[in-house]
Each structure stands twice: as C-alpha cells, then as structure tokens.
Design a protein around this ligand. Structure first.
Ligand SMILES: NC(=O)c1ccc[n+]([C@@H]2O[C@H](COP(=O)([O-])OP(=O)(O)OC[C@H]3O[C@@H](n4cnc5c(N)ncnc54)[C@H](O)[C@@H]3O)[C@@H](O)[C@H]2O)c1
Length: 355
C-alpha cells in the first residue's frame, strides 16, 4: 500500500492495453493505494487486452502487494483521436475492430461513465497515451498529416478529455499526463512530430492547470517519464545497446557470459549492439589473459578494455553488471550478479518488446 490512502476515490486511466506500459503500472499503484480504477483502451488493442486478462496471461502482474488482484471496474473503448463519434470517418467506424464497440469517442467515454457511475464519479484522470504514425521519421521528413495526427492524439486529446471529463470530477481531483524529455531537447529517433506533441502537452498543462483549476477546482500536471520498454516505445526501436561489465577473475561472470553470447547472437540481427567491457586491472599481460579467457569459455564477441572510465561513468561497483541502454544512453534495465535463467527470461521479455 502506498503511503497515500485513496480509498473511496475513482481513477480513469486512459491508455492501457497490456501490462508493459506506464498506464498499467499507474493503475496498479492507484489500486494499491485503494482507488477504484476504470480504463480507456484504444479499440484496435482492446480485443488483445481483453484476451490477455481472460486467459490469465497478465495475472502475475495484476497481483497486488496488499493481496488480491488489480481489477478494473470497467474497460471502455476509447479512441482519443475523436471528440465525438461524428468526427470519426465512416470507414473506421464500420471497420472490424470498431463496429461493435459503441461510442468510443472521448464524449462517448464521458457519457458512458456518467451512465455507469452517476454525475460526479471521478477523482483522478490519467492520460497515458500517445501515437505518432510517423514517429520513426525524422522531423525533417515528417508529413503535415503525420505531424498533426501526433499532436491531435498525443496532446489535444488531453484538452478534449478535460473539456468532457472535468465536469465529472469531484473537487480536489487531479489530472496527470506523461511527457518526455524530447519536448525540450533533441532526441534522435523520437520523430514524426512527437517531440512537438510533447512540447504542446507541457504548454497545455500549464494553461489547463490555470483554467481547470479555477473552473473545476482540480489540478493538472504532467510527469516527464524516463525510458521504459513499453509497446509504444518499442515501436520506436528504442533499445540500442546491451553493456556487460566483467573480469576474468569473476566466477559469476563465467556463468553469465555464455548466456550473454547466446542473446547477442539472437538479438544482434534485430538491432541490438553488445558492448562487452573487461574491467581487469591494468597489467602487461592483460590482453593475452582476456584472449585466453574468451577462448577457454568459447566466447566470440568483441571486447572493450576499460581503463576505469566506463565503469566509473556507470558507477559499476560489482561484477558482472549487465544493462540495456536506450538510444539516449539511459539505462532501461540493469542486473547485478550472475545472469540466472529467470533473469534471462526477464531480459528476453524486455528485448522482445523493445526490438
Ligand atoms: N515508454 C517510455 O519510454 C516513455 C517515456 C516518457 C513518456 N512516455 C509516455 O507515457 C505514455 C504511455 O506510453 P507507454 O510508453 O507506457 O506505452 P503504452 O504502449 O503502454 O501506452 C500507450 C497507449 O496509447 C494507446 N493509444 C494509441 N493511440 C491511441 C488513441 N488514438 N486513442 C487511445 N489510446 C491510444 C495504445 O493503445 C497504448 O495502450 C505516453 O504518453 C508516452 O508518450 C513513455
């Protein structure tokens, strides 16, 4: 249980379709604190999400520390690109994943919540969604359409959600969205107008906090989240490097390194680079010892010889230390000690999502 008590409060988390993203983690933390949680899920992902839940595939992640499981009071279809159903083009409305979902617009969500829970059913709104169809394209190559879609879905959707959901919120309530560093710094790979969308989201948050604060007595904030290998981030091709710090004298390294080699062979073709970093003390025979160690253990990957700079940069204090870095150099997964089978599973799951 979190130190805050949200018993009797209800949260809407918009943007959950599996257990790998921020939305799920936030929903779980809110439930741990005692809040009821309803979810808004993008219709193209809704079927899969319902199946994951029905088949128990995310039961492990749904377990709450306080006992019991994370249960959603309702899962609503939500396409945050549309304010009302009339805004949605006919060919989408009648397509397979949408046609049996009723009103999946933002207005539809507000109406459904009022129907299901009454006039003032909400305390917390979490906007945990984004979409930029051209996110892999540099801004310089982004089309007007791609750019406007990124802004529409990832930034304007918050404005629209507050227009329609703030009237359902009880005074003292709070809305929060998730932004990203690329709003204020150039992050290569975060293209398609997504950096612009996050800048708009941050600017809108200030204005909405002022306006909705006065009009509805609610707070509006955005959190700049660190990198996480969610489904959305994985679509960007976001993991760049696996870095493994080791030394010839280190027994747990001997256990881990063949596993590391297997992973490298498997994931390198999918775009993962391995930096295997030897941290042995400087000595005249060091290179020969490393070569012998690699040969003895059947290891074939290239090795970088650290003069202490790399281990210091990553504050490596125990060996082996293995980490995954995203393209901005931030650590998104780290393991210290021998890479056991269960750790290998966790690492594979992260790589599979991200590559
Ligand atoms: N993962 C990261 O590294 C990272 C870093 C900083 C900020 N964020 C932000 O966190 C938020 C959640 O993303 P995540 O990385 O956890 O990924 P995620 O894939 O778990 O969440 C994104 C969700 O948006 C939904 N979505 C896409 N288009 C939609 C639409 N038109 N209408 C409704 N829903 C739609 C997707 O179905 C998905 O469930 C996003 O705003 C993202 O930009 C993520």
């Amino acid at each position: 249980m979190l130190a805050i008590d949200l018993t009797g409060k209800r949260a809407l988390v918009a943007g959950i379709a599996d257990d790998a993203g921020y939305g799920f983690a936030i929903a779980k933390a809110l439930a741990e604190a005692g809040a009821g949680v309803v979810v808004g899920t993008w219709p193209p992902a809704l079927n899969i999400f319902e199946t994951l839940i029905r088949r128990g595939k995310i039961d492990e992640s749904r377990k709450l520390a306080r006992g019991g499981m994370l249960e959603f009071e309702k899962i609503y279809p939500l396409d945050a690109a549309y304010d009302t159903l009339a805004d949605c083009p006919e060919e989408i409305r009648t397509s397979k994943r949408y046609n049996e979902r009723g009103d999946f617009s933002i207005q539809g969500l507000a109406d459904a919540m009022r129907r299901d829970f009454g006039d003032k059913p909400l305390d917390i709104v979490v906007h945990s969604l984004a979409n930029g169809p051209e996110v892999k394209k540099p801004l310089l190559e982004t089309s007007r359409n791609g750019y406007l879609t990124a802004i529409g879905v990832s930034a304007y959707s918050l404005v629209s959600m507050l227009q329609r959901l703030a009237p359902l919120m009880r005074p003292g309530g709070s809305a929060v969205s998730l932004t990203y560093l690329a709003s204020e710094r150039a992050v290569p790979g975060y293209g398609g107008g997504m950096s612009s969308a996050k800048a708009a989201l941050e600017s809108d948050t200030r204005t909405l906090a002022f306006e909705a604060g006065r009009k509805y007595g609610i707070r509006v904030n955005t959190i700049s989240a660190g990198p996480l290998a969610s489904r959305a981030a994985s679509a960007i091709g976001f993991i760049e490097e696996m870095v493994d710090f080791w030394a010839t004298w280190c027994a747990p390294c001997r256990i881990s390194m063949p596993r590391g080699q297997k992973l490298w062979a498997e994931y390198e073709p999918r775009g993962m680079e391995l930096y295997s970093v030897d941290t042995d003390d400087a000595s005249p025979g060091r290179e020969a010892e490393i070569r012998a160690f690699l040969q003895e253990n059947g290891l074939r990957f290239p090795v970088a010889i650290d003069d202490g700079t790399a281990s210091a940069a990553f504050s490596v204090s125990r060996l082996p230390t293995m980490m995954l870095l995203d393209r901005t150099g931030q650590i998104i997964w780290i393991h210290v000690g021998a890479l056991t089978q269960s750790e290998e599973h966790a690492l594979r799951a992260t790589l599979d999502r991200a590559l």
